[in-house]
Ligand binder design. Structure first.
Ligand code: HEC
Length: 124
C-alpha cells in the first residue's frame, strides 16, 4: 500500500513538474505583440519598402519578392538584434537604426511571423 502511494505521488510530482515546465515554455514563446505582422508592415514598412515589397530606388530599399523565407528571417534577425549576434554578410545599418525607432513606436513583431508574412504576400 505504501509502495503504491509512493508510486502515485511520484507520478503526480512528475506530472506537475512537466506541466510547470511546459507552462514556462509556452509563456516565452507567446510574447504578444500589439499588432499582427500585416498591420505592422502596412503601418510602418510600406513607406520605404513599397505596398508590394517591390523596393524603392529613392529609399534605397531592396525588393522582397526574390528572397526566400530563410533569407528574410536571417535579415530580420540581424536587423532586430543590431547585427551583434549574427552576420548575414549584408549591410543593414540603415535598417537597424530604423528598427529601433519603429520598436520604440510600438511597431514590434515576431521575426518568423514577419518573414512568413513578407514571403507569402510578395513572392513572385
Ligand atoms: C525609413 C525607411 C525604412 C523603413 C520604415 C523600413 N525599412 Fe527595411 N530597409 C530600409 C533600407 C534602406 C534597407 C536596405 C539597407 C539596410 O538594410 O540598411 C532595408 C532593408 C530591409 C531588409 C533586408 C533585406 C535584405 O535584402 O537583406 C528587411 C528584411 C527589411 N528592411 C524589413 C523591414 C520591415 C519588416 C520593416 C517594417 C517593420 C521595415 N523594413 C521598415 C529602409 C526601411
Amino acid at each position: 500500500m505504501i509502495k503504491r502511494l509512493t508510486t502515485i505521488s511520484i507520478a503526480t510530482l512528475v506530472a506537475i513538474a512537466l506541466t510547470a515546465c511546459s507552462g514556462d515554455k509556452k509563456q516565452a514563446e507567446t510574447k504578444t505583440y500589439k499588432m499582427s505582422a500585416e498591420e505592422v508592415y502596412k503601418a510602418s514598412c510600406t513607406k520605404c519598402h513599397g505596398a508590394h515589397g517591390e523596393g524603392k530606388t529613392e529609399k534605397k530599399t531592396p525588393r522582397f519578392d526574390d528572397k526566400t523565407v530563410a533569407e528574410l528571417e536571417y535579415s530580420l534577425f540581424d536587423i532586430k538584434k543590431g547585427g551583434i549576434t549574427f552576420t548575414t554578410g549584408t549591410d543593414h545599418e540603415i535598417m537597424e537604426h530604423n528598427m529601433q525607432k519603429l520598436i520604440d513606436q510600438g511597431y514590434d513583431y515576431d521575426i518568423k511571423t514577419m518573414a512568413q508574412y513578407i514571403y507569402s504576400t510578395f513572392k513572385k
